[in-house]
Design a protein around this ligand. Structure first.
Ligand SMILES: NC(=O)c1ccc[n+]([C@@H]2O[C@H](COP(=O)([O-])OP(=O)(O)OC[C@H]3O[C@@H](n4cnc5c(N)ncnc54)[C@H](OP(=O)(O)O)[C@@H]3O)[C@@H](O)[C@H]2O)c1
Length: 249
């Protein structure tokens, strides 16, 4: 199958392209680097010729509220329009577990808008909502830092390795469209503050992690189960400790 991976040069996209190729598919990595820009439409008609599936694992370069909304709505509208013209039979998009519970956040309002456009379009689709990537745990510290302190809510947290995200998205991309949402997550639950503390310690980062039940996540209030998937989630295999010990210090 010809499968076009939008955002194919990114963290998840590059892993996904490799996995699809290992399984014998013609996977094309598409992004501005390779002359495909979903914001302007540049290169889309050419790259989608003969494609059966499009997987959108792109992300907005800016997470500023208006910029991120403009990114996900314009790029999704363009993609869906060009896909319809090219006869693509399955649109797969990567979203985030709990997106619908995080509408106080500008980033997540944009993900909600992206999901809505996909659901309302005519192309069969699968929305894959993943939990936070292990690779993003330091990013959570960075967006929660105040001086030398990192304030993180001590809520349940079930992150997963980017490699397992790519595997989960790949399996769905080569299967039939679910015309709905599939959740994927990590194999273990933690408290978010605990994991951020462990990641910073492994990085010898001296910031102090403070459990603060009122701390916001990407601008949104969160509670005990906001970030964890439901019982039907498909779980990755990689445990946090194994991932951490394989990371360069
Ligand atoms: N972080 C998390 O914990 C988490 C959890 C669940 C789901 N997600 C979702 O996962 C997705 C991918 O995240 P990631 O961390 O893998 O992203 P990433 O590494 O930042 O990669 C972003 C990709 O988007 C591409 N891109 C940017 N602007 C584009 C444009 N105008 N047209 C086409 N492609 C464009 C980039 O291409 P260039 O390299 O050419 O610029 C790059 O390939 C996001 O949708 C995010 O919401 C994230």
């Amino acid at each position: 199958m010809k499968i076009v991976v939008i955002g194919g040069s990114g963290l998840i996209g590059s892993k996904l392209v490799n996995k699809l190729r290992e399984h014998g598919h013609e996977a094309i990595a598409a992004s501005p680097q390779s002359g495909v820009n979903t914001l302007t439409g540049e290169g889309l008609a050419e790259v989608l010729k003969g494609a059966s599936v499009v997987v959108d694992v792109s992300n907005s370069p800016s997470w500023e509220e208006n910029a991120v909304m403009e990114f996900f709505t314009t790029s999704t509208r363009n993609l869906l329009r060009y896909e319809a013209a090219a006869g693509v039979g399955h649109h797969v998009a990567l979203s985030v577990v709990g997106t619908d519970r995080l509408s106080e956040s500008g980033y997540f309002r944009a993900k909600i808008a992206q999901e809505k456009l996909i659901k309302e379009a005519s192309i069969p689709y699968s929305i894959v909502r993943a939990t936070q990537f292990f690779e993003f745990v330091k990013g959570i510290a960075d967006i929660s830092t105040d001086g030398n302190m990192v304030r993180v809510a001590p809520v349940l947290f079930q992150p997963m390795a980017a490699d397992d995200v790519a595997g989960g998205v790949g399996r769905i991309a080569i299967g039939p469209p679910v015309n709905g949402i599939v959740e994927i997550g990590g194999p273990e639950q933690f408290r978010m503050d605990e994991l951020v503390r462990r990641r910073l310690a492994a990085l010898k980062d001296s910031r102090e992690v403070i459990p603060d039940p009122k701390a916001l996540y990407s601008g949104a209030k969160i509670s005990e189960r906001t970030l964890v998937p439901g019982t039907n989630a498909r779980l990755g295999e990689t445990r946090f400790e194994a991932w951490l010990s394989a990371m360069p210090r």
